[in-house]
Write a protein that binds this ligand. Structure first.
Ligand code: FAD
Ligand code: SIN
Length: 493
């Protein structure tokens, strides 16, 4: 593959918004956006609730949004990052709207602002309950209008090419023919998303295997806060459980209750804000309630809500519940906490800079310090667009001074992706074992040291199998993903 100025791994909000920002500033710079699956298949496309920003300065303020973010983050947020990201929000929202994101408006023509857990004011901009999908569509349309942005779906990045603390590109697998090749760039930009698939129950799609963080960790890039993984309290507890269908927190902002098997709104026993406490508190309260209620069941109760308005705001959620056999207005719907968001990741500056030269990161794979121990609802999409903008401003001014390196063949992680054969059903079995272990550990069923030992055993099992001579089955993206998931599990533990 021809070297390129900017190699972006990831076609979600973090990668696409950066590509657009840079293309707009530097039409002569070549930008390649790669994704391991279909361009559209990202965490971003499933985002429901929306994007948090202060836009109504009569009822809200930056100070309140900052305070709410800090409270949610339990003292682990970075002060400068929180202020800078929140204060940059209105400008980025106006830009998204100008790029064609159809945020809902109220009858007065103003933004229709939703409320979610941990927010002291309604400040969530949304496109009904399919905000992520509408954002990706608008970004793809916009990115497609720049001649210097090219797309490369079906490219699975295996490792970063890093030498002397400088990044030169990646080693990748062409998922079409399984070949391992190198791709060189002046700047490599990681926007590879989260790692929910490390857990048995998750809202994240199958692509969320933590590849970017695992690659960065192998290359010695600084990683932070990986222990802080967020569970979302209200995934639908029926039908397919991986990925589990999310019922947005905005539904509770709209007035839905969470009740136990006795029909009690028990959350006020745990926090004065009840259903609108932050999601770490709500999820924890649900797990505690499980201990008391042998059924291990809690429910989302929408029976008292206005049906017409609900359908207008949440058509996708109402439809999915109906298809799964639940009429939200007749019966409470079973819900459960599910692994949702990786709060830590590759340590970055506000411009997306990592600890390795010419390597940047953004979005869920990165850790800017905004989220601390627990992300405030709808702050993720916001963080990605703000950092994308700041990174593009910085990179557009330095890209001309970075020379295309003359490349001797740089060894990646030796042997990765080559000759490591393992049967597909073994990969599936080991993956299930890991997901079960991590889910049990994070939901309090097992102790840390025991889980750590088990993960080490799994790691050994995979390397032993990997060293076996060639076996049946094709060169496997699944095996690389499993190795990445094990790396992520160890970083979390
Ligand atoms: P993603 O959108 O996940 O994109 C990752 C990209 O990286 C993909 O293109 C993938 O193919 C590529 N990639 C990964 N590994 C490789 C590899 N090895 N090689 C090549 N390419 C690779 N946040 C909010 O703020 N508001 C919400 O309302 C909201 N709702 C959510 C609802 C759901 C169901 C989920 C799952 C998440 C939600 N979130 C929400 C979180 C938010 O959607 C994500 O944090 C955010 O979209 C992540 O964007 P990203 O660009 O970093 O990664
Ligand atoms: C939701 O809609 O509940 C998800 C919002 C988020 O993850 O920020």
């Amino acid at each position: 593959m021809k070297p390129v100025d900017i190699l972006i791994l990831g076609s979600g909000i973090a990668g696409l918004s950066f590509a657009i920002q840079l293309a707009e500033r530097r039409p002569g710079v070549s930008i390649r956006v790669c994704s391991k699956a279909d361009t559209l298949e990202t965490n971003t496309r499933y985002a429901q609730g929306g994007i948090a920003a202060v836009t109504d300065f009569t009822a809200d303020s930056f100070e309140q949004h900052i305070r709410d973010t800090f409270t949610a983050g339990r003292g682990h947020c970075n002060k400068n990052a929180v202020r800078a990201i929140i204060e940059a929000a209105p400008e980025r929202i106006a830009e998204l709207a100008q790029w064609g994101v159809p945020f809902d408006r109220n009858t007065k023509g103003k933004w229709d602002l939703g409320l979610e857990g941990g927010h002291s004011r309604p400040r969530i901009l949304h496109c009904r309950d399919r905000t992520g999908f509408d954002i990706v569509q608008a970004l793809l349309r916009r990115a497609g209008s720049y001649k210097n942005i090219t797309f490369y779906p079906g490219l699975f990045a295996v490792d970063l090419l890093v030498r002397n603390n400088q990044c030169y590109g990646i080693r990748y697998m062409d998922t079409g023919n399984g070949e391992i090749k190198s791709s060189y760039a002046k700047i490599t930009f990681l926007a590879t998303g989260g790692s929910g698939q490390v857990f048995r129950i998750t809202t994240n799609p199958k692509i969320a295997t933590g590849d970017g963080v695992a690659m960065a960790a192998r290359a010695g890039v600084e990683i932070g806060n990986m222990a802080f993984y967020q569970f979302h309290p209200t995934a639908l507890a029926a039908g397919q459980s991986n990925p589990a269908f999310l019922i947005s927190e905005a539904v509770r902002g709209f007035g839905a209750y969470i009740i136990n098997a006795e029909g009690e709104r028990f959350l006020f026993r745990y926090h004065p804000r009840g259903e609108l406490a932050t999601r770490d508190i709500v999820s924890h309260a649900i797990f505690s309630e499980y201990g008391k209620n042998k059924m291990n069941r809690v429910y989302l109760d929408c029976r008292h809500l206005d049906k017409t308005k609900f359908h207008r705001h949440f058509p996708g959620i109402a439809d999915r519940c109906r298809k799964t056999g639940f009429d939200l207005f007749k019966t409470p719907v079973p819900v459960m906490p599910a692994a949702h968001y990786q709060c830590g990741g590759i340590a970055i500056s506000l411009q997306g800079k990592t600890s390795v030269k010419n390597l940047y990161a953004n979005g869920e794979c990165a850790c800017s310090g905004l989220h601390g121990a627990n992300r405030l609802a709808s702050n993720s999409l916001l963080e990605a667009v703000v950092i994308a903008h700041k990174a593009a401003v910085e990179i557009s001014s330095i890209i001309d001074y970075i020379a295309f390196p003359v490349f001797p063949e740089i060894p990646g992680n030796p042997g990765r992706g080559t000759g490591r054969k393992i049967m597909p059903d073994e990969v599936k079995r080991i993956k299930r074992q890991l997901q079960e272990l991590m889910y049990n550990y994070y939901t309090g069923k097992t102790a840390g040291s025991r889980t750590e030992k088990e993960v080490v055993k799994i790691r050994e099992l995979v390397s032993r199998k990997g060293d076996l001579p060639k076996r049946a089955g094709s060169l496997s993206r699944e095996l690389c993903e499993l190795e990445n998931m094990i790396t992520i599990a160890r970083l979390m533990l």
